[in-house]
Design a protein around this ligand. Structure first.
Ligand SMILES: NC(=O)C1=CN([C@@H]2O[C@H](COP(=O)(O)OP(=O)(O)OC[C@H]3O[C@@H](n4cnc5c(N)ncnc54)[C@H](O)[C@@H]3O)[C@@H](O)[C@H]2O)C=CC1
Ligand SMILES: CC(=O)C(=O)O
Ligand SMILES: [Mg+2]
Length: 621
């Protein structure tokens, strides 16, 4: 990902002799001895730490952060010493985007499309992010669920170049040093997993790396967070997946998972090392940890670090936003629903707790709100009377009722108006379940949130077909439009990708030091406001994916305002205009001129350039 030459840092003003002259040229100073663009400026312009006076011409082609391919102008090609290394044709970024679209369309297989995009990111970062951000509906299902799930399962086969850090349990005691090996000093957000619950696919160990990489691609594509500020990490503590342990292609530690005290010490050291390396306000996003760790680690660290668990809190916000939007169709307040969750794990508890908070905001007591929420897990209905009782992590949703192991019977007995699937069990919302939902209420809400598509509790089509088209449906992975009774419906994607990029942007832009639960309720409300009457008319309780960028900025602005209202923001002076402040923090998707427009090539330099026949670059002289 990074060329060796681009790792060293040297400020233009440190350059000597011809190097200094070139530094001046490349840093666009009109006067050779007074360079006007220092490393920090260059960083501001390109979002890159690389000072141009130490980058060889060829690095502008090899380094994906600098590479523009045929979009380098003649002036750039000459000044950078890459003239002749490129074909004669000059292309605009728009022309390059067209070529990318044509190239991807040539592949029928989604995994090949994924590989094309990975290769593009490794080759030309700006082109990759612009392509993704301008074609979200088309490429989100490739870099994200469902294809990313397949990519993780085949990670041993498709792993080419490092993107992100692998920190293993054997690195315990040295984690800070490993972090120092990452070549970017200005990291603001880390998304990390230990690979134990990758989507609904279970323990994929080190193959889980596809998830933090994919999530951080969305940080940039959807929220405009600068790529160099993002660091994906996989914590490799082994895997309990026997297939992987026997897989000759497996790239992780070939041992059973380390658990208990040693695991906890490892995570402790990791959290400390991250803030030691990148600062107190580094955003640390837990992703796809298993149930036994997700909730307890969030509880342990939420007041000590700037951290959140996306599967618990991000998912909660997107689901509650969908429930809020659905109120406009069902005409039932949140507090008038009965909720039944299939699955009582991280996602279910996150959603349930935030729904309770929203019902309390509508006027119920917390006890009254909790009474309206039922859960059903792998051992049946969460009844205090069942054998083994209610698991600790979902204690507050246990009910003193007759135990029940048959889910269909539960749906008939409890008569929920909202059915929410976070169970990892594909097809668990059977025809009988869906038809029962249609009998329970006139407009049943049905969310099949498990990912990837194969794990969805039902398809969009099945939900419509079995509820006489009366349901309000959302799913974690996308489904094609549904045809029912001669009408076409475009159901929405209830996925935390509507939430985490915006929350992260707001947090980073204000250097917030903690992320309170109320921020996720704010994010949910902001998202719900974005749902138009047109969305609802076609069966969608979320704005279209095409609006995701706008939504992410709107969430970031609200999060930023809240950060200062709650005394959590630490960027001073407090921004007067949050919208402007947020936009100023964002990535530039368009190519920047490697010779910025304030540069006018000094006559003397032109002469020098001619004399040296294009070899003026310090590394060429
Ligand atoms: N749409 C979205 O944005 C998100 C979707 N998810 C998806 O939700 C699913 C669950 O994620 P987590 O809650 O983090 O997992 P988890 O492992 O914490 O919880 C899974 C729950 O499902 C239950 N379960 C398993 N098999 C069952 C069965 N046969 N019948 C009934 N219950 C069963 C388990 O007992 C457990 O309570 C995953 O597929 C994940 O991809 C998770 C986060 C966000
Ligand atoms: C979307 C997501 O975070 C998950 O399925 O785990
Ligand atoms: Mg997740």
């Amino acid at each position: 990902m990074f060329s060796t030459a681009s790792r060293s840092l040297l400020c233009c003003s440190h350059a000597k002799g011809p190097h200094r002259a070139l530094a001046s040229i490349l840093t666009k100073s009109p006067a050779l001895d007074t360079p006007s663009l220092q490393c920090r400026d260059y960083h501001e312009v390109t979002g890159n730490i690389i000072c141009p006076n130490v980058v060889r011409g060829i690095d502008h082609l090899r380094d994906p952060r600098l590479n523009k391919g045929l979009a380098f102008t003649l002036e750039e090609r000459q000044a950078l010493g890459i003239h002749g290394l490129l074909a004669a044709k000059f292309k605009t970024q728009e022309e390059q985007l067209d070529i990318c679209r044509i190239s991807i369309d040539r592949y029928e297989d989604n995994l090949n499309k994924y590989l094309y995009l990975v290769e593009l990111q490794d080759r030309n970062e700006k082109l990759f992010f612009r392509l993704l951000s301008e074609n979200i509906e088309k490429y989100l299902p490739i870099v994200y669920t469902p294809t990313v799930g397949l990519a993780c399962q085949r990670f041993g086969l498709i792993y080419r170049r490092p993107r992100g850090l692998f920190i293993t349990i054997n690195d315990k005691g040295h984690i800070f040093n490993i972090l120092k090996n990452w070549p970017e000093p200005d990291v603001r957000a880390i998304v990390f997993t230990d690979g134990e619950r990758i989507l609904g696919l279970g323990d994929l160990g080190a193959y889980g790396m596809g998830i933090p990489v994919g999530k951080l691609s969305l940080y940039t594509a959807l929220a405009g967070i600068k790529p160099h500020q993002c660091l994906p990490i996989t914590l490799d503590v082994g895997t309990d997946n026997q297939d992987l342990l026997e897989d000759p292609l497996y790239i992780g530690l070939r041992q059973k998972r380390v658990r208990g005290k040693e695991y906890d010490e490892f995570i402790d050291e990791f959290m400390e090392a991250c803030v030691q390396r990148y600062g107190q306000n580094t955003l640390l996003q837990f992703e796809d940890f298993a149930l036994i760790n997700a909730g307890r680690l969030l509880k342990k660290y939420r007041h000590k670090y700037c951290t959140f668990n996306d599967d618990i809190q991000g998912t909660a916000a997107v689901a509650v936003a969908g429930l809020m939007a659905a109120v406009r169709v069902t005409k039932r307040k949140l507090s008038e629903n009965i909720y039944l969750f299939l699955g009582a794990g991280s996602a279910a508890n996150g959603i349930a707790n935030l729904t309770v908070a929203a019902m309390v905001a509508e006027g119920l007591s917390e006890k009254q709100a909790r009474e309206r929420v039922y859960m059903f897990d792998v051992d049946g209905l969460l009844s205090t009377r069942r054998e083994g009782g209610v698991p600790e992590h979902a204690k507050s949703f246990g009910k003193d009722i007759e135990p029940e192991k048959d889910f269909e019977a539960c749906v008939a007995k409890i008569k929920p108006s909202c059915l929410i699937g976070c169970s990892t069990v594909g097809g668990a919302f059977t025809t009988n379940v869906l038809q029962q939902m249609a009998r329970n209420t006139d407009r049943p809400v049905i969310f099949a949130l498990s990912n990837p598509t194969s794990k969805a509790e039902c398809t969009a089509q099945a939900a419509y077909d079995n509820t006489e088209g009366r349901c309000i449906f959302a799913s974690g992975s996308p489904f094609p439009p549904v045809k029912y009774n001669g009408k076409e419906f475009h159901t929405g994607q209830g996925n935390n990708s509507y939430i985490f990029p915006g929350v992260a942007l707001g947090v980073i832009a204000t250097a917030t030091h903690h992320i309170p639960e109320t921020m996720f309720l704010t994010a949910a409300r902001t998202l719900a406001h974005y749902v138009s009457e047109e969305d609802l008319a076609i069966g969608r309780i979320y704005p279209s994916l095409a609006e995701l960028k706008e939504v992410s900025v709107a969430i970031a602005i609200e999060v930023a305002k809240m950060a200062y209202d709650e005394g959590l923001g630490s960027v001073y002076p407090i921004p007067r205009n949050f919208s402007m402040h947020i936009r100023r923090c964002q990535y530039e998707f368009n190519y920047v001129v490697n010779l910025p427009d304030r540069y006018t090539w000094p006559e003397s330099a032109k002469v020098d350039y001619k004399r040296s026949r294009g070899h003026l670059h310090p590394c060429n002289t």
